[in-house]
Design a protein around this ligand. Structure first.
Ligand SMILES: [Zn+2]
Length: 182
């Protein structure tokens, strides 16, 4: 199993553990493997509100595109109620609310400026990143992507939905979640 697959599995396992079984037909959280009213075992995942009230999460919720339950929807500030099939959305919620995606441009700029000398013309001094970004923006953007991909291949970063997260941040988050739900 690759590191990426392993992290993916741990994320989905954590997402399963922190969520409850939810019967959409009866519209309730269900304890156990079957709904006591309709005996269905076709459950949605329900994300408890503490995952919205988490200090790191609530600071960022205003920018999130979380599922908003239409039935529970009330006018005023949007308070998302997480009910949806599958665990992808839970993983997405955890990553976007609890972690900060890396800034690929900034990382590539730092790399260029470490690898190449400054360019001096008369009294003007240009950083290599500035030169490449201004004069060959296409090559710059390709470099940004390639740098992110190679860091992901090296296990420094983890890619999800086009965003990259530091693996060490992700490990910390997973350990935190796994400790809450052993
Ligand atoms: Zn039911």
């Amino acid at each position: 199993m690759t590191l990426t697959q392993e992290i993916c599995n741990r994320l989905h396992e954590a997402a399963l553990k922190i969520t409850d079984n939810f019967c959409y037909g009866c519209y309730k959280v269900v304890e156990g493997d079957r709904c006591s009213d309709c005996f269905s075992d076709d459950f949605m995942r329900h994300l408890p509100s503490k995952y919205y009230d988490h200090p790191v999460a609530s600071a960022r919720l205003c920018n999130s595109s979380d599922t908003v339950d239409s039935r529970a929807g009330t006018p005023g500030p949007v308070r998302p109620v997480g009910v949806e099939y599958g665990t992808d959305w839970v993983v997405r919620h955890l990553l976007t609310t609890r972690l900060e995606a890396v800034d690929g441009e900034e990382m590539f700029e730092e790399l260029l400026d470490e690898c190449y000398p400054e360019v001096k013309i008369g009294n003007s001094v240009f950083s290599p990143s500035q030169v490449l970004k201004e004069l060959d923006p296409i090559a710059f953007n390709i470099g940004v992507d390639e740098n992110l991909q190679s860091l992901a291949e090296d296990g420094v970063l983890f890619e999800f939905d086009g965003d990259y997260y530091r693996l060490e941040d992700l490990e910390d988050l997973l350990e935190e979640l796994e400790a809450e739900h052993p």
